[in-house]
Design a protein around this ligand. Sequence first.
Ligand code: ZN
Ligand code: ZN
Length: 359
Amino acid sequence: MRAIVVDAPRGVPTPASVPDPSPPPHGAVVRVRATGVCRSDWHAWVGHDPTVRWPHVPGHEFAGEVVAVGREVHGDWIGARVTAPFCCGCGRCGTCREGLTHLCEHEFQPGFDGWGSFAEYMAVPWAGVNLARLPDALGFDEAASLGCRFVTAFHGLVERAALRPGETVAVFGCGGVGLAGVAIAAAAGARVIAVDVSEEKLARARALGAGATVDAAREDPVTAVLEATAGGADVTVDALGSRVTSAQGIRALRRRGRHLQLGLLLGGDADPPLPLQRVVRHELSVVGGHGMPAAAYPRLFRFVAGGRVPLARLIGERRPLEDAGEALAAMERFAPVGMTLLRPDDPVADGPGHRGLLG
Ligand SMILES: [Zn+2]
Ligand SMILES: [Zn+2]
């Protein structure tokens, strides 16, 4: 099969012909029809993830069709249109048996712990636990655009922060997961305030349903949110993951408010100092969100089926698989506002600078 292979950290992502995967006894092989390019892929590519073994095939936000299953997997999965969470669970450990397969004690992340979806085919472990059937009306592109930023924001807001219609939500950081959070919160009937330092991203947030925006480069976002909400937001989201925005989120809450931490805190931002005295005095909740269990996909599909979430607007561009290196390199300079989708079935690029099949 064709795949994008990286030989070492920061190595050139190179289209190559590699052996087709075969399904493990408990797993399946999926023909990839669309796969997202994610900031996490960039982190893996540059060597931030110690679990990656080289040579490596990145990619974890995919949708496609099941073409083969292992001997322990029911044959009726063959031909199914599917996606899977970026954290796959074993189905057998204590945490998985509680239904929290995304927090599995033996978790497997395609594109990190093994080869991922920047390929024509990929293996998914523990298929019965992790594959989710797509509704007929949901296209492969839209389904790929749901992982991982969208499922993380959905699970975080709906399950972890228990967002209710009519509440106010302030989203700090309007990259991929932040913009997904804006769209989901607005579709859920919340009043959304989006915070970022980029006017382009704030404009995108408004287009996705934010009723108000705060340019944090121009004004103190905590003060702005407290004023806009007459005392604090019901829910704040740190979708960036930094020492600054995690603390800002907590400070911008009303009493009994809930802070949702979605952005990973890496490098110098790990273990940030947080205003925990305020958490005590105002009886605040601080919860984390990381992915979503496969069993929650039907609820997510029902949520997006109503058409309230403009999924197509979350997609920035569509490109052939061979453009993966260019798409990853673009993340070095900035996080693209819209999601880049790679499609293995699209025609091969005709040279450097090819912009793929837009629209
Ligand atoms: Zn498990
Ligand atoms: Zn991702």
